[in-house]
Design a protein around this ligand. Structure first.
Ligand SMILES: Nc1nc2c(ncn2[C@@H]2O[C@H](COP(=O)(O)OP(=O)(O)O)[C@@H](O)[C@H]2O)c(=O)[nH]1
Ligand SMILES: [Mg+2]
Ligand SMILES: [Zn+2]
Length: 343
């Protein structure tokens, strides 16, 4: 039973509850895997009531303790403390944290070679994964679409921009390099697949599963009451015991890469910055900037530098904008309070 990884076996042993893992989430219910089989489960009202934000509610990958009435009616009593969560922050009226999956060892960032393959985009995904303290692996799909000499230089540039990350390319059509996934996804390891819609997540998972457990493209299915529902995320066990988690396409809109994740992605630049003349050097125009000197000396890739500056500036601008927004809502709230007081 590798869906439940070794480190969690035995959890809840001294309780009347059964240990299970969330393998599918839906609006109203969850599908769980346990040693005794699969269950449809609901959250105990208390959990929903007590939770301060959406991020505390069960997500795909969570281990939970359940009480069981029958196969179609189990109750999630507790979420077992998470090892980690893959999350992203977005800015709208307020800052939101969206938890995509939990208890993850690797996040495979999938990018179609025919689409959306940019150094900046990769930097963004890396920052998100590092902010969550998860190891990223970049996998570039659909290389069967082009001759090697068309994309080889480009892929070299990408590797030069991210010299510390594992990056490989593959084709789910010809099977080229697909084995690379299985070097990482082994027994007791959980890997999540992220990337834009159409980048090939479901296809490679199907390939790895060696059977059509999922439909590619939009997944819609009937739930147990016969209603059409969109399945959000799904977790599967490979024959070798590794676990893979599919996610829906991530939209970039309003997404805010955490300053922390950016720092981790570019930790070498953060280190170099210690040698700049000014403490608050922006590394854009200052004299005696060590980072600019490293570029001049060909010791730092210009592309890597550009992505760093872009993401850092974007993150700072969004943060500022957000602080302003919060300021505005506070002012509005205050206005209301004063009005009430005047009455
Ligand atoms: N030529 C080619 N097409 C692929 C490859 N991987 C996925 N596709 C196609 O890309 C489309 C989107 O794939 P899908 O797995 O549904 O993407 P998802 O949205 O990331 O889950 C489908 O039409 C797949 O057949 C690949 O390696 N080569
Ligand atoms: Mg898909
Ligand atoms: Zn500098």
């Amino acid at each position: 039973m590798s869906i439940i990884s070794n480190e969690y076996i035995g959890h809840g042993e001294n309780t009347n509850y059964t240990l299970a893992r969330v393998i599918r989430t839906n609006k109203k219910f969850y599908t769980l895997y346990s040693a005794e089989g699969e269950y449809v489960a609901y959250i105990k009202g208390k959990i929903r009531y007590k939770s301060h934000s959406q991020s505390e509610l069960p997500v795909i990958g969570d281990y939970v303790l359940i009480s069981i009435a029958d196969k179609n009616n189990a109750l999630i009593e507790q979420v077992v403390p998470r090892k980690n969560v893959l999350y992203r922050k977005s800015i709208g009226k307020k800052t939101d944290v969206q938890v995509l999956a939990s208890n993850i060892d690797y996040a495979f960032i999938l990018l179609g070679i025919d689409n959306e393959l940019s150094v900046a985009g990769i930097g963004r995904y890396l920052s998100m994964v590092y902010a969550s303290n998860i190891t990223p692996i970049v996998a570039i799909s659909k290389i069967d679409l082009y001759e090697k000499d068309v994309y080889e230089d480009y892929l070299n540039d990408i590797q030069l921009s991210f010299p510390n990350e594992i990056i490989f390319y593959y084709s789910a059509k010809t099977g080229e390099n697909v084995y690379r996934f299985l070097e990482y996804i082994i027994d007791n390891i959980s890997a999540v697949f992220i990337g834009a819609s159409g980048s090939g997540k479901s296809t490679i998972i199907n390939y790895l599963l060696k059977e059509e457990k999922m439909k590619t493209g939009d997944v819609r299915e009937r739930d147990y009451k016969g209603m059409h529902t969109t399945t959000h995320r799904e977790l599967f066990e490979l024959q070798n015991g590794g676990v893979v988690i599919d996610t829906p396409g991530l939209r970039q809109l309003g997404v805010w890469e955490d300053a922390n994740g950016i720092k981790k992605t570019f930790s070498d630049l953060e280190d170099m910055a210690k040698n700049c003349k000014f403490n608050d050097c922006t590394h854009e125009h200052e004299p005696d900037c060590y980072i600019l000197k490293m570029i001049e000396d060909d010791k730092l890739s210009v592309e890597r530098y550009n992505v760093y500056i872009m993401l850092r500036n974007e993150s700072e601008a969004l943060l500022k904008q957000n602080v302003l927004n919060i300021g505005k809502t506070r002012k509005e709230a205050l206005k209301k309070v004063t009005k009430i007081k005047k009455k």
